[in-house]
Design a protein around this ligand. Structure first.
Ligand code: UFG
Length: 339
């Protein structure tokens, strides 16, 4: 298939591009580079062993989005592009709603106009909200989220559901990610957060490499075995494989929309993650326990049964793999991608 990957220069997008090419697909990337660097492109080209077609624009530019679909025929789209920082979304909610919704509207309209009806959408476990029973199951309702970022995902899921229900040929896969971590085993591509990392794994990695002094552990008084919060960390390579599996599934499924969790089905605590990282890196990770972070839940993980049964996909990489691969990326690229 010829597959358009929006946000293909980003963390999850870039790893997925490599696996799509390896699976024999013809990949075209569109990325605004708002939260990624163009220097990822030559590294991707080295990994895929050839040139990568990249279009540098923001999907909210309707004319450019329309022109791309007018010029090129796509069999499917994987839509990663979007703003994703939970804390920032609370400060500038309009940016999040406008960017994430407008880009999806522009994309889906262009797809419809040009007869491309297969879409894989990046959603998040955050759509299960505060009250869903753990492990999270796809059929849980009502979806809700605690941040404007998360609510933009809930809204887009709803829009896509309505689009698919209106009839026609739409085949839509909604993939709900748990906590993506890790990097390509080559150590040449990985997560490169701009500024202070919001997420645990890149923060630990920067402390281990000496770029930051210590980690703040947000709370050790949760009702969990060691008191720190538990999450379902999933290796980005497993996550990328989940996209290839979903793409193959919707190539053949009946029209409609279906959601799949992409997680391992296991929770790991903050302290367990620190220890695993110390083991993988051979470095100590100094930390101080501070108060809970607003909006954080105590513990959740995926019920990963549906993806296993319907996509033939399961996560295979361990927490040790996640730490070893993150460390390889971080230690060989202590400042992330070059400017
Ligand atoms: N944590 C720390 N110190 C840090 C960073 C994180 O102790 O410096 C803790 C958090 O309190 C949490 C755990 O590590 O208990 C994981 O935090 P992350 O920020 O890495 O991940 P979250 O689970 O908070 O967020 C992730 C995604 C979001 C998504 C959310 C809900 O990053 O995009 O899951 O699914 F919205």
């Amino acid at each position: 298939m010829r597959v358009l990957v929006t946000g293909g220069a980003g963390y999850i997008g870039s790893h997925t591009v490599v696996q799509l090419v390896a699976a024999g697909h013809d990949v075209v990337v569109v990325d605004s580079f708002a939260n990624s660097k163009p220097t990822v492109v030559p590294r991707l080209e080295a990994l895929i062993g050839g040139p990568l077609e990249v279009h540098a624009f923001d999907l909210t530019d309707r004319d450019k989005t329309e022109s791309l679909f007018a010029e090129r025929q796509f069999d499917a789209v994987i839509h990663f592009a979007g703003l994703k920082a939970v804390g920032e979304s609370v400060e500038v909610p309009l940016e999040y709603y406008q960017n994430n919704l407008d880009s999806t509207f522009a994309l889906v309209r262009a797809m419809q106009r040009h007869g491309c009806f297969r879409l894989v959408f990046s959603s998040s476990a955050t759509v299960y909200g505060d009250n869903a029973p753990v492990p999270y199951q796809e059929d849980y309702e009502p979806l809700s989220a605690a941040s404007p970022y998360g609510r933009s995902k809930v809204m887009i899921e709803q829009v896509l559901r309505d689009v698919a229900s209106a009839g026609g040929q739409w085949r839509i896969a909604v993939l709900r990610y748990f906590n993506p971590v890790g990097a390509h085993p080559s150590g040449t591509i990985g997560e490169d957060p701009q500024g202070t990392p919001n997420n645990l794994m890149p923060f630990i990695a920067q402390v281990a490499v000496g770029a930051r002094e210590e980690l703040y552990v947000f709370g050790d008084d949760y009702p969990t075995p060691d008191g720190t919060a538990q999450r379902d960390y999933i290796h980005v390579e497993d996550l990328a494989a989940g996209h290839v599996a979903a793409l193959h599934r919707i190539a053949h499924q009946e029209p409609g929309l279906r959601a799949w969790n992409l997680g391992t089905g296991h929770g790991t605590s903050v302290l367990e993650m620190i220890r695993a990282f110390e083991h993988a890196s051979g470095r100590t990770v100094p930390y101080t326990v501070v108060g809970r972070r607003a909006g954080d839940l105590a513990a959740y993980w995926a019920d990963a049964t549906r993806a296993h049964e319907e996509l033939g996909w399961s996560a295979t990489r361990t927490v040790d793999d996640m730490c070893a691969d993150t460390w390889r990326w971080q230690s060989s690229n202590p400042e992330g991608y070059p400017d």
